[in-house]
Design a protein around this ligand. Sequence first.
Ligand SMILES: Nc1ncnc2c1ncn2[C@@H]1O[C@H](COP(=O)(O)OP(=O)(O)OP(=O)(O)O)[C@@H](O)[C@H]1O
Ligand SMILES: [Mg+2]
Length: 507
Amino acid sequence: MTKVAVDLGTTATGEPAEMDLEELLSTRLLVQGNSGSGKSHLFRRVLEQSAGWVQQAIIDPEGDFVSFSERFGHVVVEADRTPSELGRIAARIRQHRASVVLNLEGLDAEVQMSCAAAFLNGLFDADRHYWFPMLIAVDEAQIFAPSMAGEVADEARRISLGAMTNLMCRGRKRGLAGMIATQRLAKLAKNVAAEASNFLMGRTFLDIDMARAADLLGLDRRQAERFRDLEPGHFVALGPALSRRPIPIRIGPVETAGRSGRPVLMALPEASPEAMADLIFTAGADEPDTLPAPVRREPLPTRELLERVAANRAGAAPAPQRLEEEAEPDPEAEAERQAVVDAIFADLMADPEAAFRPVQMLYQDFVTHCRLKRVGDGGLDMAGFRRRLALARAGVGAAAEDENWMEVVRRSEELPEDMQGVYLLLAKAARDAAPCPSDEVLARAYGSHSPSRGRFLLTYMAERGYIAAETDFRGNRVVSIAGSDWRTGAGTSGKRTPGTTPRMRRA
Ligand SMILES: Nc1ncnc2c1ncn2[C@@H]1O[C@H](COP(=O)(O)OP(=O)(O)OP(=O)(O)O)[C@@H](O)[C@H]1O
Ligand SMILES: [Mg+2]
């Protein structure tokens, strides 16, 4: 059997430096080096050279490897998926042996961790029929397997560390070969680092990292000193897939381009202070005047519900839902049934106290009435009911046809269910440029009497980038909806008490 050699570059004596790919698959690889030492470049070289030989999954915190899709046909998996979706996608990746890039660019560290964990666990848990060999590259591995508790929540850390431990410690039997890189060995969980038998050590400055590297490589401290003087792109290689003794190698060039480069000094622009002031205080022509859309997390089917309501009003046959027992649903009977359900719902909403009753009680009422009218549970489960209620409380019945509105609805689905109505209420006011709803109105849409609850909701949504709430100098509130150019008119928040009218309102 011929061995598949990955061409890394050259040795000190000018010979080709090679890595045995099959050996690598069972013995894993750890790369360490300070920022700028050339780890990502090395990763790119290894992945480019082996792309034709082995299935790959690249966990990509910086979106650096997205270009692999053009050059090598990797499928880019974006993070706009729920954990369970990502797990299922991972299972299909193993089944169909697709090479992929998991793009985690622009996400908070904690979200990156959860996302990578869901994905890795999906690969790990794949059916044993699909345990084909697969190279899993994790750059910046200290993000996913940190040695110490840091700023991120313990839960995210525990899950992510578990997934990385599985990958490195128990992955081999399942065909998964981890290849990980880190700037600082001391920041990487020990058990994760310890499972790699192949090392490529790049320039390292800190004693603590040097000591850990020396331990792993079985060198004494004095020998490890040489890591200090390594140039970028130069690494010391050791391990069954590389060399039985530590040898210096130089990583060769790469074909694809990442986005990171070395910083290069550039001449500063020559502009007068006035011209510069003008440039930074006025919006450029190419500047979007809207907030960026927040990162999507939880796609859910409110849209379907809206479409259904809309279709129903338009007199079209609604999509049958939860009607498995009826083999061939009769469109006419179904429309009739839907009309009955709509009427029950409208009755329920007509009660002024309805807005303040807990959703569980309202749902019970709803189902009771549905049963009495012999329409089962009205085709709505608790979650469906909750969403319909949110829409009703926001007063947005069937404005579903509009594309922009559908986009807003889609985004509302990422929020906790009981907040969706509040968001939609704001969006509706913003779309119509109507005055911003007061705290009381917002609280009411949430099912609460308390105005402070209304303010809390605004803060919650603003902090997560769904809206921007600003106060004008008269103390009036204006809310903009992220991802659109919708903006409410000025509305009193309701917070101001008589006698505290802002001073600037002079006659
Ligand atoms: N072997 C090499 N040949 C040519 N250029 C290289 C080589 N290795 C690294 N470089 C260049 O050096 C710069 C830094 O390399 P790279 O981004 O790989 O560093 P890094 O170790 O990943 O740093 P960080 O930890 O900050 O991500 C890049 O511009 C890269 O193109
Ligand atoms: Mg890097």
